[in-house]
Design a protein. Structure first.
Lengths: 266, 423
């Protein structure tokens, strides 16, 4: 794990967190013998024997294109379900939940940040940030507990992410810089204090300076809320910022298909 | 679901141009459909309410529908007249309770002039048995006095004691004025919503007088009179030689069929008698096919409008897959996205319907005088009738159903793309 220094740089916390040392009670994600294929008649794209992630942990998941990163995220978010094995998130076995239950679970407990273009263009900055509270009563209640109301909590988060300039807030979101858009996306993912924050290559469009300061902001926010951060990227240079790295090429036992065929989801 | 509709509104506002065009297409098609339905309904209402309590209409030998249209609705003109003797003979039938002679053929600035007698005010009924009422003045008592329909008085600005000159023929532009015999306005009728509003009513004796006193002695005027009205100026004034038609009220409705047969086989003169209700029914049957065809065309235009909406929504779907994936990532469930699509379709349809209904009301309000003067059709006030409300409900429901198609596709996309779509 890592911590913020006074100078603002990120200092990794000592040593990787070994799976064996994680106590069961603290485990927030528990994967055991998980297999997933997009179709029954093709080989699995994901085959993971064991992966545990504990609460408040900041995990860097690294792997090249086609290594199964997006598939793993879809599984963790409950969009897809494992064909075999066990996938528990926050103590809930996602494989045993109905689609509607998984949808509600995701809305209540998971925040997402994507690589680019991840804001709704026809909504204002504050409306984009408060969007998750439209779909989750739990996150709305948590947001209200943190602030006076949902919009006030959005403003608090935006201020913390240095996005409180009225000129910026009044602009259409697609006129914001890439870095500003990512900070809005981070505020949106963090509103209502989700238990799990999944960041899918959120810094690939940022230059090196912005990249580190953005990750620093994420760490800071996650630390203040005990939020578990799963940071996915194919950029190994970021690895040093995180206390723990999971290389999908190491843990995914599935054979890499020569042609990746996308099918309708299951 | 309220937040989904709020999102739908914002999403639609983000695509103003295509949405506005779609709303315009739907609103125009709604205006057309509701307009056709309204005019169809009003035409029937207007015709049905024009005559009430009259058991038979009698005129020269012609078609029943033509006789009804020319004598009561003042649409077209009678080709032949009937003799005063025939009128007197038939009206003296013991079954007849009252008889109203009608003499048409002259006009004033595009409005028809009707020659009749006091019985017209005593017995003519319209709507649900309402009799004519004067808002100002009195009935005519002399052959140079005139009573005006409400619209004539209002549009031409006439008031009591004004002088009016009538002209030959029924066109808007006169080639022959009876300016030697001006009439004095003595009464103005209350509005009826029937062709009476657009009529100048004078005594039959007045009709006779203007033709008898014409300064054009000799062949020109005689020939014109005989051609147009069959009036012979050399006969004695105040007792007309011929009239255009007459209305009969009978003592018993059951006698109508017998008298109808008697008149249709009248041996002194070829006559046609028609029962107004039956003839109106024949008229509806005659124009029913055209009505249905018009309604069908208008309905197809609405269908085309709704297909336009479907095309707009479907073509935007691929561009919006990322938007849907983002919504999924922030907690929207597939049914939310389905609801978003249905909500957008419903909102566009409802907007189109609202604009269409408003446009129709404005058009009817502005165009009512023109419709009345050109087609003799009186649109009664604004508002929507039951048929129109049902059509609006149907169109709105179809609009919402149209949203199910892109809604289903988005539902499928959302399951397939998850939250990692990159387009």
């Amino acid at each position: 794990m890592s911590t913020l220094t006074k100078s603002g740089t990120i200092k990794p916390l000592p040593g990787p967190v070994h799976v064996d040392s994680v106590k069961a009670a603290e485990t927030i994600i528990n994967i055991t013998n998980l297999q997933f294929a997009w179709r029954r008649d093709v080989a699995p794209v994901l085959d993971i024997a064991q992966l545990n992630i504990v609460q408040s942990e900041r995990v860097f998941i690294e792997g090249p294109s086609g290594s199964g990163k997006s598939t793993l995220l879809n599984l963790l978010a409950g969009v897809a379900t494992p064909d075999h094995g066990k996938l528990k998130v926050l103590g809930q076995n996602l494989g045993e939940m109905s689609g509607a239950e998984r949808d509600r679970f995701r809305a209540d407990h998971v925040g997402f940040i994507f690589q680019l273009f991840n804001l709704i263009p026809y909504l204002s900055v504050v409306e984009n940030v408060t969007l998750p509270c439209r779909f989750s009563r739990l996150r709305r209640q948590k947001a209200i507990q943190n602030g006076l109301n949902v919009a006030a909590e959005a403003m608090r988060l935006l201020t913390h992410l240095d996005m409180n300039d009225p000129d910026l807030l009044g602009r259409p979101v697609n006129e914001l810089s890439v870095g500003q858009q990512q900070r809005v996306a981070a505020a949106r993912a963090l509103i209502g204090s989700p238990d799990l924050l999944i960041a899918d290559e959120p810094t690939s469009s940022l230059d090196a300076n912005l990249r580190e300061s953005f990750i620093q902001l994420l760490f800071d926010e996650c630390a203040s809320r005990d939020t578990t951060l799963i940071f996915v990227s194919h950029d190994p240079s970021l690895e040093k910022l995180f206390g723990r790295t999971v290389r999908l090429t190491d843990i995914n036992r599935a054979e890499k298909p020569s042609i990746h065929v996308l099918q309708w989801g299951k | 679901m309220m937040s989904i509709y709020a999102l739908a509104i914002k999403s639609l506002l983000n695509r103003k141009l295509t949405v506005l065009l779609t709303v315009a297409v739907i609103s125009l098609s709604v205006t057309l459909l509701l307009g056709v339905e309204r005019i169809r309904h009003e035409a029937r209402n207007s015709f049905t309410s024009t005559i009430s309590g009259t058991d038979l209409i009698v005129g020269a030998r012609t078609g029943r529908i033509g006789l009804l249209l020319s004598s009561v609705f003042h649409i077209g003109s009678a080709e032949n007249s009937i003799s005063w003797e025939s009128f007197e003979a038939i009206s003296s039938n013991p079954q007849v309770r009252w008889a109203i002679p009608l003499s048409l053929g002259d006009s004033h600035r595009g409005y028809r002039v009707l020659g009749t007698n006091d019985d017209y005010f005593n017995h003519y009924l319209y709507g649900r048995g309402r009799s004519l009422q004067l808002t100002d003045g009195q009935r005519f008592a002399a052959d140079d006095e005139m009573v005006l329909g409400s619209e004539v008085a209002e549009k031409l600005g006439y008031k009591i004691e004004d002088h009016v000159v009538v002209s030959h023929g029924s066109g808007e532009f006169s080639f022959r004025d009876h300016d030697e015999n001006p009439f004095t306005v003595v009464g103005i009728l209350a509005p009826t919503g029937t062709p009476v509003d657009r009529t100048l009513i004078i005594d039959l004796a007045g009709i006779e007088k203007i033709h008898a006193d014409s300064p054009l002695q000799g062949s020109d005027h005689d020939a014109l009179d005989v051609f147009l009205k069959g009036v012979d100026k050399h006969d004695h004034v105040n007792e007309p030689e011929q009239i255009t038609a007459f209305l009969l009220g009978l003592k018993s409705r059951g006698a109508a069929l017998g008298l109808l047969r008697t008149i249709n086989t009248y041996d002194k003169e070829p006559l046609t008698a028609a029962m107004p209700g039956v003839t109106l029914q024949e008229l509806w049957e005659a124009i029913g096919v055209a009505e249905k065809a018009l309604l069908a065309v208008a309905a197809f235009v609405v269908v085309v409008g709704l297909f336009g909406l479907l095309a707009t929504l479907l073509t935007s779907l691929n561009e919006r897959r990322r938007e849907m994936a983002i919504l999924r990532s922030v907690g929207a469930r597939p049914h939310h996205l389905f609801g978003l699509m249905v909500g957008e379709a419903t909102l566009v349809t409802l907007s189109g319907v609202a604009v269409g209904v408003t446009l129709l009301q404005v058009l009817l309000h502005v165009g009512q005088p023109l419709i009345a003067s050109r087609f003799g059709l009186y649109i009664q006030g604004v508002g929507l009738n039951t048929n129109q409300l049902l059509l609006i409900l149907l169109i709105s429901a179809c609009g919402a159903l149209i949203g199910f198609i892109p809604g289903y596709r988005v539902y499928r996309f959302s399951l397939a793309d998850g939250m990692t779509v990159r387009i």
